[in-house]
Design a protein. Structure first.
Length: 136
């Protein structure tokens, strides 16, 4: 019985040790013991090395979210306009259409203010300003 357990466990232990060695070996060369070396070894090959600046990850995320918000708000303004035209003089439908347009415009204004605040905060806390680029 013990021989069966050993016969089953030894291949599992060898496979685990081999897979661990394969996973750790590429990282050993990139990691030099510093924080920067650890961050460099953790970053993928297609990821940007900066958090801040024009190529930074925060700038990219805010630009994508602002684009999505702009597209959604334009669609909502068009839907509100269509609802206004289709309302046929019904006061509740006209009010609902006006509210759709109003809320879409308010959403755009709030998003633009949030974008300005994010850019201000990033410019304030980034080393050397928002355009210099801080490595991780």
């Amino acid at each position: 019985m013990i021989k069966n357990v050993i016969r089953t466990l030894i291949p599992s232990i060898l496979v685990s040790a081999l897979s661990l060695a394969v996973m750790v070996t590429p990282m050993v060369g990139a990691f030099d013991g510093s924080i920067q070396g650890g961050a460099d070894s953790a970053r993928g090959t297609d990821q940007t090395p900066t958090l801040f600046g024009q190529a930074g990850i925060f700038k990219t995320i805010t630009n994508v979210l602002l684009f999505i918000l702009g597209a959604v708000s334009v669609i909502m303004i068009i839907i509100g306009g269509l609802r206004y035209v289709i309302s046929g003089g019904n006061s509740t439908a006209v009010t609902a259409a006006k509210n759709t347009i109003l809320y879409a415009i308010v959403g755009v204004i709030v998003a633009l203010l949030a974008y300005a605040v994010v850019n201000f905060v990033l410019a304030s806390f980034a080393t050397g300003g928002a355009t210099s680029g801080t490595n991780v």
